[in-house]
Design a protein around this ligand. Sequence first.
Ligand SMILES: [Zn+2]
Ligand SMILES: [Zn+2]
Length: 342
Amino acid sequence: MQAVIFPGDKKVEIQQVDIPTPGQGEVLIQLKASAICRSDMSLYYGTSVFGDGNKKASIIPGHEPAGVITEVGDGVTTYKAGDRVAVYLALGCGECAHCKSGYKMFCKDFKCIGFDSHGGDADYMVAPAENCMRLPDDMNFVTAAVSTDAVGTLYHAQKRLNISGRDTLVMFGLGPMGNAGVMIAKGLGATVIAVDMLDERLEMAKELGADYTINGKEANVLEEIARITNGQGADAAIDCSGSPYAENDALSCVRPHGRVAFIGESKETTIKPSEQLIRKQITVMGSWYFPIHEYDEIADFIVKKNLPVEKLVTHTFPLTEAETAFRLFDERKTEKAVFIWE
Ligand SMILES: [Zn+2]
Ligand SMILES: [Zn+2]
């Protein structure tokens, strides 16, 4: 089978390797869709903090995969050949309280598919059966792949923020994550204000149902939000950009008792706790990923609300064009890009 390997320095190799054999508790999946993610770029550059030293150069990337099970290993009773699945990216010890609660990413042995073990940028992959997430019959594989990360993460964050039709929610940073957030908020009935610096992304947000868009390069974001909310402030805000400016705007734009989630990865930000948090008594949370058992609910929501998840995908590629795919993605000439198999 063909598989992508990153030798480092933005090199992409397509290697011919043996189809893997599923071991105890594992399944073999024939890939149908595998989405490229910003976090793959550390492997592409060769600067990943995951994996161990030299090993990471030989790991097949792809942590947002979906496909069809073709073979099951010993002890697998929950799945059979022919089942359509997406794969949950977090691997844990399986024994600790976090693993048992479905939040495998909090396990002290947390490892990530596509970083520490082979991922979905290949014709086949092996995954633990317990990481498989069954797909509804009417969900296509591209939607399934994208739902394992962007859509699932934003669904989980909005569930925790308790977003509903009563809320005006501001989404900061409209890459695939932020625009997935716009789509979900509309599905939940919220009024959405979408903020970004790029007109194309604002256009996409509008297409996905955003009620208001603000280009942060052209307008005073806080003044605009105050105007739209009649001076009350937004009920909730989510930052997907990781930019210190947007993080501060998210804290500043919400009303007293407002709710804020930070999702965009960010190392350091200076905030004003008295003004932004204390005197408004707001709730701020970090949100990273969803627990595996929530996937059925996420998939059901996507199908029931007919969310146009495929609109987040601006480019699809066959695996043979992996070099072009990663180059265009890295140069930000694509939004979500997905490998597909006919
Ligand atoms: Zn990802
Ligand atoms: Zn664990």
